[in-house]
Design a binder for this molecule. Structure first.
Ligand code: ATP
Length: 351
């Protein structure tokens, strides 16, 4: 196990800079998820950690060692890819032990290591099969097994679940997390799926356009997003964002609707701003603001309601079952204590 330190990291492809000076501290044993929209540079960053891509500028340390110029095989890392990259002509056991064989480890040592990893991942019954005889989830487990047998200092995952169907993805997510709790190996995991990030990470790094927008625990990012981008990216359904101005202790939307706020800094008054309310932070209330319902989605455990609050479409998530139908008017009010406020110009959080 080892901490990983990334300092001033940059990557240019020709004159095109895709990683623009990134600093991340990853503690020993931590599970860090890099998340961001397609093209933000997260895979490039992971590939630089793995040594599969040269560094244009900056420094990567694994443990106390600067690894900038080390070949991938000398970095003591193991990477799990999206497409598993299993050898089709090798049985599961040979796939898992192959990297150890390359290292010239004696078969008498490889066998027990493969068996131990197979036990951890529930692959014992499958060791004699070929990859084509496995399901997608089983192949993914073999790919992880191949990483585990090496007992590396760091695991790197590049969107390992994106080829699996939704149900299997949820199951594998829990498996990877349980595995991390067992092995406690420092892990860097790339995904574009914010739910994967929220459910798996000790620490999330939100990236956009080659820079870091915010680093924090899942709940820090959810409760205190530093800017509109993070506010919109983390959370599903996404945070409602309403344009307007702060006036006299209230938020006045562009269409004149007034929303409650608390703890507004003095300098916010009169400033163009964006009001942010999570879908679950709207309450039904007789004294609430009228909103015309457009869509009702009962999920069983909660009800998702889309409605027009004045001219702004909002999404509300209610814990209770409500009988509203499209065209009905409901009365809703956001909880002021948990409402967010962002500067309209910079997008930065004001409160
Ligand atoms: P995705 O989720 O779609 O995989 P990503 O966030 O992982 O996206 P990267 O794969 O890191 O993004 O790519 C970042 C940017 O770098 C993209 O604009 C991509 O086109 C560009 N890029 C990646 N590899 C190369 C390359 N070898 N040469 C030139 N440009 C590249």
């Amino acid at each position: 196990m080892a901490p990983v330190t990334i300092k001033g990291l940059r990557k240019r492809f020709g004159s095109f800079e895709v990683v623009k000076g990134i600093d991340i501290d990853i503690a020993d044993g931590q599970f860090v998820v890099l998340v961001g929209p397609s093209g933000c540079g997260k895979s490039t960053l992971l590939r630089m950690l793995a040594g599969l891509e040269n560094i244009s500028d900056g420094e990567i340390r694994i443990g106390s060692k600067v690894v900038n110029d080390l070949a991938p095989k000398d970095r003591d890392i193991a990477m799990v890819f999206q497409n598993y990259a299993l050898y089709p002509h090798m049985k599961v056991a040979d796939n898992m032990g192959f990297s150890l064989k390359l290292k010239k480890m004696p078969q008498s040592e490889i066998g027990p290591r493969v068996d131990r990893a197979a036990d951890v991942l529930g692959l014992r019954q499958l060791l004699d099969r070929y990859p084509r005889q496995l399901s997608g989830g089983q192949r993914q487990r073999v790919a992880m097994g191949r990483a585990i047998v090496r007992a590396p200092q760091v695991f790197l995952f590049d969107e390992p679940l994106s080829n699996l169907d939704a149900k299997l993805r949820v199951a594998m997510r829990a498996e990877i997390k349980a595995l991390h709790q067992k092995l406690k190996t420092t892990t860097v995991y790339v995904t574009h799926d914010q739910i994967e990030a929220m459910t798996m990470a000790d620490k999330i790094v939100v990236m956009r356009d080659g820079i870091v927008e915010q680093i924090g625990t899942p709940l820090e990012l959810y409760d205190r997003p530093a800017n509109l981008f993070v506010a919109g990216f983390i959370g599903s359904p996404a945070m409602n964002q309403i344009e307007g101005t702060v006036r006299g202790g209230m938020f006045e939307a562009a269409d004149g609707i007034r929303l409650p706020l608390s703890g507004i800094p003095a300098n916010a008054d009169g400033r163009p701003a964006i009001y942010g309310a999570r879908p679950e932070h709207f309450m039904l209330s007789d004294k609430g603001l009228p909103a015309e319902v457009t869509v009702v989605e009962p999920t069983g455990s909660e009800t998702h309601v889309m409605a027009n609050l004045g001219t702004t479409p909002v999404v509300c998530v209610f814990r209770e079952r409500i009988s509203a139908a499209p065209g009905d008017t409901i009365r809703i009010v956001p909880t002021p204590e948990v409402a967010h406020l962002f500067d309209a110009g910079s997008g930065r959080a004001i409160r």
